[in-house]
Design a protein around this ligand. Structure first.
Ligand code: SF4
Length: 345
């Protein structure tokens, strides 16, 4: 007979949606990650044993898309802590986008006219080593910390806002009950017409796109845009394609944004294949971001001149709708800033 405590725990576990069980079971041990990929533990620098508040975190579904025995795998490069993170570089900051200056109240960031960003969750399924929010004070900055009503009231009081962006962390790590409740309240605000969701979950954990998610997503009156985050064609497999297909079945528009990353996707051939792979599953490439200069991520930076050349090579191979816009975020700018040979960014 199974002991009572064990039976109770497994019952609760099996009641959880599959994606939440996967979230509880992410790879968080460096040694285990290397073992799964048949890589030598000698690859680890002793300094990365402690990554503080931003530890290794990667879903097993994403690990399964990495190439075994390849320490340069582009998916592994995005998640593996390295000693390079400890180099302090001038020009790189803890909070590169100064978002706290644009937070009228906890949980709300308003950088651009007509749009407002709600920090809907304080964590992600995956910890990307280049993340510009790796030092963001989530403990005090997301609305489930008692501020949800104030956030909705604040949006309702400003008729200039038309679009609400759910961001994080990753908003889709929040439960469907919380998300459906928030979206219901937002949809009652007459001056809102668009809901945007910035998420990497359908890419790194496609099982997140389940019936409970589709239920509330398909029933809001708000026009809905889901902006995915994939950086390399190896991230797009059949499961991701099916997740996108389920999303699109609810009538949402699906776009993708990428970050240009040294050692990950800084070859034109990979960027071209990424655009084609996205389009093949019904996703349009939207933005290609230059790296936000967060301390610890300098080794991912690609020079602007190289970025411009890569986009030009994409333009020569692809139709215009498959060439993402090259942009950089500049604190205080009224929108993302297009990067061109003339912009000097
Ligand atoms: S999913 Fe996005 S927000 Fe989360 S760690 Fe990666 S880049 Fe940062």
């Amino acid at each position: 007979m199974i002991p009572r405590t064990q039976a109770t725990a497994s019952t609760v576990e099996s009641d959880l949606p599959a994606w939440q069980q996967s979230l509880r079971n992410v790879v968080s041990s460096l040694e285990e990650l290397l073992e799964l990929l048949e890589l030598s533990p000698e690859l680890l620098d002793p300094r990365v044993a402690d990554c503080g508040d931003f530890p290794l975190r990667v879903p097993r579904e994403f690990v399964a898309r990495m190439r075994p025995r390849d320490p340069r795998d582009p998916l592994l490069q995005q998640v593996l802590p390295t000693a390079a993170e400890f180099e302090v570089r001038p020009g790189y900051r803890e909070q590169p986008l100064e978002e706290e200056l644009f937070a009228p109240r906890p949980g709300l960031i308003q950088k651009y006219r007509g749009r407002v960003l709600v920090v809907t969750a304080g964590s992600c399924a995956i910890n990307c080593r280049y993340c510009f929010r790796r030092n963001f004070p989530y403990a005090s900055q997301h609305p489930w910390a008692g501020e949800a009503t104030a956030v909705v009231d604040s949006i309702a009081a400003d008729p200039s806002i038309r679009e609400v962006i759910l961001s994080g962390g990753d908003p889709l790590v929040a439960s469907d009950r919380k998300l459906a409740g928030l979206v219901d309240r937002l949809s009652e605000i007459e001056h809102l017409d668009t809901l945007r969701i910035h998420t990497r979950l359908p890419v790194v954990l496609p099982s997140r796109v389940d019936q409970r998610l589709l239920q509330w997503l398909g029933h809001t009156r708000l026009a809905t845009v889901v902006v995915l985050h994939a950086n390399h064609p190896q991230e797009i497999d059949g499961e991701v394609g099916r997740a996108v297909s389920r999303l699109r079945g609810t009538g949402v528009t699906v776009l993708n944004q990428s970050v240009l990353l040294a050692g990950v996707n800084d070859r034109a051939a990979d960027l071209i294949t990424l655009s084609r792979s996205l389009f093949a599953v019904g996703v349009l490439p939207y933005y290609l971001h230059l790296l936000d200069r967060v301390q610890g991520a300098a080794h991912f930076e690609v020079a602007t001149s190289v970025a411009l050349r890569l986009v030009e090579e994409m333009r020569q191979e692809l139709p215009g709708y498959l060439v993402p816009r090259l942009v950089r975020e500049v604190p205080g700018a009224p929108s993302k800033v297009p990067v061109t040979a003339r912009s000097g960014l």
